[in-house]
Write a protein that binds this ligand. Sequence first.
Ligand SMILES: Nc1nc2c(c(=O)[nH]1)N[C@H]1C(S)=C(S)[C@@H](COP(=O)(O)OP(=O)(O)OC[C@H]3O[C@@H](n4cnc5c(=O)[nH]c(N)nc54)[C@H](O)[C@@H]3O)O[C@H]1N2
Ligand SMILES: Nc1nc2c(c(=O)[nH]1)N[C@H]1C(S)=C(S)[C@@H](COP(=O)(O)OP(=O)(O)OC[C@H]3O[C@@H](n4cnc5c(=O)[nH]c(N)nc54)[C@H](O)[C@@H]3O)O[C@H]1N2
Ligand SMILES: [Mo]
Length: 771
Amino acid sequence: MSESPLPIPGAENPEKLTGLKKGNIKKVAAGIPAVVSALEMTVSEAGFQRGMKALFNLNQKGGFDCPSCAWPDPDDERSGIAEYCENGARAVAEEATAKKLTADFFSQHSVRELGNLSDYEIGGKGRIAQPMHLPAGGTHYQPITWDAAFEIIGKELNLLDSPDQAVFYTSGRTSNEAAFLYQLFVREYGTNNLPDCSNMCHESSGTALGESLGIGKGSVTLNDFYQAEAIMILGQNPGTNHPRMLTALQKARAHGATIISINPLPETGLMGFSNPQTVAGVLGYKPALTDIFLQVKINGDMALLKAIMRILLEEEEKNPGTVFDRHFIEQHTTGAAGYLQDLKRYNAQQLAVQAGVPYVQVQEAARVLAGKRRIIACWAMGLTQHKNAVATIKEIVNLLLLKGSIGKPGAGTCPVRGHSNVQGDRTMGIFERPTEKLLDSIERNFRFAPPRKHGYDVVECIKAMHAGNAKVFFAMGGNFLSATPDTRFTAEALRKCRLTVHVSTKLNRSHLVHGEEALILPCLGRSDKDMRNGENRFVSCENSMGVVQLSRGVLEPVSDQLLSEPEIVCRLAKTTLGTRSMVHWDRYIEDYDLIRSDIERTIPGFTDYNERVRQPGGFYLPNCNRAGSFDTPTGKAHFHIAEPQVPDLKNDELMMMTIRSHDQFNTTIYGLNDRYRGIYNERRVILMNAKDMQRRNLKNGDLVDLHNRYDGVDRVARQFVVVEYPIPEQCTATYFPETNVLVPLTSVAEKSNTPTSKMVILTVTRHEASA
Ligand SMILES: Nc1nc2c(c(=O)[nH]1)N[C@H]1C(S)=C(S)[C@@H](COP(=O)(O)OP(=O)(O)OC[C@H]3O[C@@H](n4cnc5c(=O)[nH]c(N)nc54)[C@H](O)[C@@H]3O)O[C@H]1N2
Ligand SMILES: Nc1nc2c(c(=O)[nH]1)N[C@H]1C(S)=C(S)[C@@H](COP(=O)(O)OP(=O)(O)OC[C@H]3O[C@@H](n4cnc5c(=O)[nH]c(N)nc54)[C@H](O)[C@@H]3O)O[C@H]1N2
Ligand SMILES: [Mo]
């Protein structure tokens, strides 16, 4: 990869400081202040009536699905106050805003001018109200009709030498209906280039679970939490990213579960939680959540898990049959003997050192797990975005298998998904490596031959665009430029495209770092009404635990020029494919039930879709693990052997994880505070251990530049404020997307190809003002 010629800062990554204010790290998450702060934002963005209407329908049966995370709703009673959390309410406020961007706004501000704004400022501009077009060589977006927009895209797609020169990205908010139609169109057009946000998210989980257990999804339901004896939470910050999970954890703990948290940071929500949905004390829930906190070094997880299992093995050998579930291992698994043989090579104390966790704490965790049979393991990005992510997740599975903790109540795997329908989009076939089964089913039902050759994932498509091998980039939601690694390289890649198109609700940086020609197609969001022939139509989504539910918006759209995502796909397909198409796109626009009937015919698990999705609370998709079976080639669950990887850091190097602050949803920045971590009014911060600061002669508030030189490329992110933080030595944390300029595109997880956003090797220098 050559050195990038782009100026820094540029439209890809402005670098203004906003003025850090330091507070204390909070001991307990949520509580009343969280609800107040959410309501304030909702009312100020949407107005009182609009805001309240949205909040009262959020996650209620028959209402709309929260556009924030994928944590499930309770199957039975939903809270009277409303099943939402602070950050869900903020995601709704962001979407329900009454502010809108019309052609006037774009004629007043050039693309270059907008590129100088921060992500926080861009996000605050409002909903895009009409389709906009940036002609080749243009400086300002101009209004365009929907028909003309589809004509441009159709023409460009048909001009390509091969359909494989087009790329169709999906973010995880797209409904099942839109996602199904989208992949159908893309495959009829002729390519499997369907990268999605999962490639950067839980791809490692899907890969690991698929190979070990025969299904790429988690096995537990919400009710399992209340029957669990122990719950492990690895690499996840639920207080900020899945706040409703805290309610489930608190209830689980009240029912007797021991909670073990494994994280380089003592995240506030994990340590303690005071529930705003229950008046304090009424249910007798205590604010403490974590019973055992294991503060691992970044990527120390596999060593830690092995250390725990090494101790368990010793116990089991002393008292056979008391620690491991021998019956389960014999009946349902393969590879146990080899795995245990390998485990004996290790010394638990050395593994603990490698993990960075005091040995006594490892022993304590092992002691707890030794006596339990119903264990749930939860994890998120702290595990999936590492070089050996797939192997680490398989190590979790090894532990659960030894304990027989899969396929029984109160036990199992729980990869906690990010985007609200990211799991559903995969179920619908958004995948660059589709199974033959799916393609056969499409061929049978729609009478065209879908391409069999696998397509590009996120990393591959960036390389292809950069090399000139992909020329049209189409995004169904998301903010590709800011979400992906190596921002400057990715910016060059997008700028080399003939055409970039974004179906979006709100303005974002990907609209401003564009191809020769660019389009923004504004769509309805989750909270918006989708009216047709006097009826307010619904779509459906699948949450993190495989429940499919309907979602029906309640708000008047900010403009009558927004189209629903399913309609956008249908009209694009008609324009592009014309009479070549075998699919009745027009009928889908008229009646979403027809889309669901065709999903039912094509994708397993959706029997009586239209009927069951209308039942309050929706329905569960089948899950072999939950039913106690393993859909692997052997019909058994597989143990996997891997070696813990020790990052090879030189003396002056640090390891950086890029994480979310409390005030953001991925690349959407709601505010400048990270309340729980005591960081206010600044996002350009680097959290460092006191000793690492001393060694570099740095003090709180000093300004530094961050460098990464992986693969010989000099990547730099300038002006970060040093903040002393209780993080293990040699580990640091910064917020994404600001530090995505430092994440190398070429450093990816083995097998899943996920960028290693939590393992960025860093050197830190005192800040020098740019020339
Ligand atoms: N409000 C809000 N909600 C969201 C999102 C959002 O941005 N805002 N994003 C959504 C999406 S798409 C996703 S994927 C999820 C993300 O949810 P999370 O995975 O919770 O998000 P991150 O901030 O990336 O946090 C990763 C956590 O892993 C820890 N960690 C980092 N490296 C390691 C490691 O090597 N080992 C261990 N054990 N821990 C490690 C970090 O300290 C941090 O606590 O949240 C979803 N929900
Ligand atoms: N360094 C680093 N990078 C990361 C991560 C990390 O932890 N560290 N996390 C990764 C993860 S887990 C993920 S999931 C990706 C996220 O990557 P993306 O999903 O691409 O990014 P988002 O920021 O969620 O996308 C926000 C945009 O989606 C659009 N949008 C919102 N709602 C809708 C809708 O209903 N329909 C449509 N069509 N558009 C809508 C809005 O225009 C908004 O600007 O980022 C990844 N990047
Ligand atoms: Mo994600």
